[in-house]
Design a binder for this molecule. Structure first.
Ligand SMILES: Cc1cc2nc3c(=O)[nH]c(=O)nc-3n(C[C@H](O)[C@H](O)[C@H](O)COP(=O)(O)OP(=O)(O)OC[C@H]3O[C@@H](n4cnc5c(N)ncnc54)[C@H](O)[C@@H]3O)c2cc1C
Length: 634
């Protein structure tokens, strides 16, 4: 059996499948393997990770690959949300269609990735026996989990929700009722709602996961206490899939993919869409910003009106703290069979905006203000660790790879501090609204977003300063000179399936030297972007200090891309990784232009872009073929 591969893809989720399909379509003879620590296909949607009631925010049609539309045979009708089981089935059928299943090695965790002169050496850990290779009981061509393999190119598609934050509350050891973390919820949920001795359940968290837990428990007749941290960033926005903006009924997801609406968001790479002058007017002038503020105020108030939460004193506690402008993809959809707020209005769900202090024996949850509640079970949504799930070695290259790390040298840190400071200046100059946005204590959010730091049992995590993801175009290492690794999917946006495909084509072109400049710089004035002139961060700093060298364009472009995110979505994930909603279509424009492909895809030039409605899967269908044809012409 091979121990050297042309390409290793880590992660068999939405992204890993897209990458395998695209790479094999480009080069059918590539020796590609996909490794995944899960037991089944689908990543987030793997069979063992589904919990009762899990469904997509998306309605049918927007959570699917461009080459494999979902039809009625998946048990979902048009304009319905997709249950987790249907998505799992979708991935199984997709993998079969593209003959990917036999390439996936399940229950295989990549623990270490070590940089070689050429390519990577990976250490694997078989989680169950000798490389578990079955899907739904069917045996797949066995690929024994070797301890070590090597590869020429490495694709990291491990997602952003693979490792949960542990529950780190003082006094947990004294609490005598079940405590369940969200990552274990698929296994534990049923035990809680089926247990008649459990009369009341406490849920901690203010995001979509907490909403799902509260709904399921209340729907099973439990009395629910719902704790949302008072000192944190409050509950997220929840919206119906369709909203009225003034007299217009809009599919919310599609609003964000409609070119003309995307102008209302500042976007540091926005010029790539060819309408930079419109954005300059809207965000660079006082009158423009006034119009932008009205747009977002209207959107926010329509969202609140249509959920009716402002009309009852109890549901009012679920009002988000800030306009939706600042939230990124944290904005989620009410995809429940009945009205979740009815449980709140009726008193079965009690919302408390309080800071937890500690847990006490036997079943007490104590608050900072001295109050407490008793609970038969505690379910916590503590969020996910955003750091890589793999130990990349040597640690000296972490900064050059652009991965979150606490292991930067002094020089690496200094260089990024300088670039970040310059990027902040440019961001605020171009988009003054971002300079005055809400300030969030990102450092404490890095540890555990639903608990104040004072309630943490283990405070060592507080001392660890972890850098954010810093990838050029959200994909490639900013200062690693070789082209043998990409990170795909370290990115939050609504059109995840389309992004997974376009970014895979981009990654293929990047690996094999087919991305051709000049690239569009996101900076103004633009900096020169030369992928072959990337040098390690420490060398770059020395050059800047000794020879008064110019800042490396790729690194500055990366800094700008990331710092923009930090200020754009302080109530989302922008300080850790790109978190884009209204900026997604312009991001696709940027990648398509790097590939030399047409980014205005509606036809009829600017008229089509303005009046042609929202972008969807059909607009991006057939891109691999299109790119291959464009390569033959060169
Ligand atoms: C509960 C939940 C609901 C969501 N709902 C929506 C939604 O409605 N709409 C939407 O657009 N997005 C949603 N998302 C976001 C979701 O992350 C994306 O939809 C998408 O599934 C991400 O795909 P991915 O392939 O990037 O990552 P994942 O699906 O997370 O796949 C990553 C895979 O990598 C594997 N892996 C990780 N580390 C290692 C390692 N070291 N070695 C081997 N394997 C490893 C994991 O086991 C996993 O299978 C949701 C996320 C969650 C958690």
């Amino acid at each position: 059996m091979d121990s050297h591969y042309d390409v290793v893809i880590v992660g068999a989720g939405l992204q890993g499948h897209a990458t395998a399909r695209v790479f094999l379509q480009m080069a059918p003879d590539l020796n590609v393997v996909i490794l995944d620590s899960s037991e089944t296909i689908g990543g987030v949607w793997a069979k063992e990770k589904l919990y009762p009631g899990l469904a997509t925010n998306n309605l049918r049609g927007t959570f699917e690959y461009t080459d494999f539309p979902m039809d009625d045979s998946f048990g979902v009708k048009e304009a319905e949300h997709l249950p987790g089981e249907s998505i799992y089935e979708y991935f199984c059928r997709y993998a079969e269609k593209h003959v990917l299943t036999r390439r996936i090695q399940f229950s295989t965790k990549v623990t270490v990735a070590e940089k070689l002169q050429e390519g990577w050496k990976l250490e694997l850990e078989s989680i169950r026996g000798n490389g578990h290779t079955t899907v739904d009981g069917k045996e797949i061509i066995p690929l024994p989990a070797q301890r070590t393999i090597t590869c020429a190119k490495l694709v990291i598609a491990t997602g952003l929700t693979s490792v949960q934050q542990p529950i780190n509350i003082k006094g947990s050891e004294n609490f005598q009722a079940p405590i369940v973390n969200f990552g274990d919820y698929p296994r534990e949920a049923e035990k809680i709602y089926e247990d008649e001795a459990i009369k009341n359940v406490t849920v901690i968290g203010g995001g979509k996961a907490a909403y799902d837990i509260v709904y399921l428990m209340a729907a099973h007749g439990k009395q629910v206490t719902w704790i949302i941290r008072a000192s944190g960033h409050g509950p997220t926005y929840m919206a119906p899939a369709y909203i009225y903006v003034g007299p217009f009924r809009c599919w919310l997801e599609k609003l964000a993919a409609t070119r003309i609406f995307t102008f209302f968001s500042p976007c540091i790479w926005g010029d790539a869409d060819g309408f930079g002058y419109v954005r300059n007017l809207l965000h660079g002038t006082k009158w423009g910003r006034w119009i932008v503020d009205i747009f977002w105020w209207k959107l926010g108030s329509d969202l609140i009106d249509q959920t009716h939460i402002a009309k009852h004193p109890e549901t009012k506690k679920l009002m988000p703290d800030q306009p939706p402008f600042w939230y990124g993809v944290s904005l989620a959809i009410l995809n429940y069979p009945t009205d979740i707020y009815e449980f709140v209005r009726g008193g079965q769900v009690k919302v408390l905006r309080k800071d937890v202090k500690c847990l006490e024996s036997p079943k007490t949850i104590r608050f900072e203000d001295g109050g407490s509640v008793e609970s038969d079970a505690l379910v916590c949504s503590m969020g996910w660790k955003f750091e890589p799930t793999i130990d990349f070695r040597p640690k000296e290259i972490h900064a050059d790879l652009g991965i979150p790390s606490a292991d930067f040298s002094h020089a690496q840190k200094e260089l990024w501090d300088r670039l970040d400071a310059r990027a902040d200046l440019e961001t605020f100059e171009r988009f003054p609204k971002l300079a005055t946005g809400p300030k969030v204590d990102h450092d404490s959010l890095m540890v555990q977003q639903n608990l104040p730091n004072s309630a943490l049992a283990d405070k060592t995590a507080l001392r660890k300063e972890v850098s954010p993801w810093r990838l050029w175009r959200g994909i490639a290492p900013p200062s690693l000179p070789t082209r043998d690794i990409v990170f795909l999917g370290m990115f939050s946006l609504f059109q995840g399936a389309v992004r997974s495909e376009i970014s895979s084509i981009w990654a293929y072109a990047y690996f094999y030297g087919k991305l051709k400049g000049p690239f569009t710089s996101v900076s103004k004035p633009s900096v020169a972007l030369n992928l072959d002139q990337r040098v390690p961060a420490e060398e770059q700093l020395q050059a800047m200090q000794k020879e008064k060298g110019e800042v490396n364009g790729i690194m500055y472009d990366t800094a700008l891309f990331n710092r923009f995110g930090k200020w754009r979505t302080p109530y989302g994930f922008g300080s850790r990784h790109p978190d884009v909603v209204f900026e997604g279509i312009a991001y696709f424009d940027l990648l398509l232009q790097d590939l030399g492909l047409n980014s205005w895809r509606k036809g009829w030039g600017w008229m089509g872009e303005i009046f042609g409605g929202s972008y969807d899967q059909a607009d991006y269908r057939g891109l691999v073929e299109e790119w291959r044809r464009s390569q033959k012409k060169v």
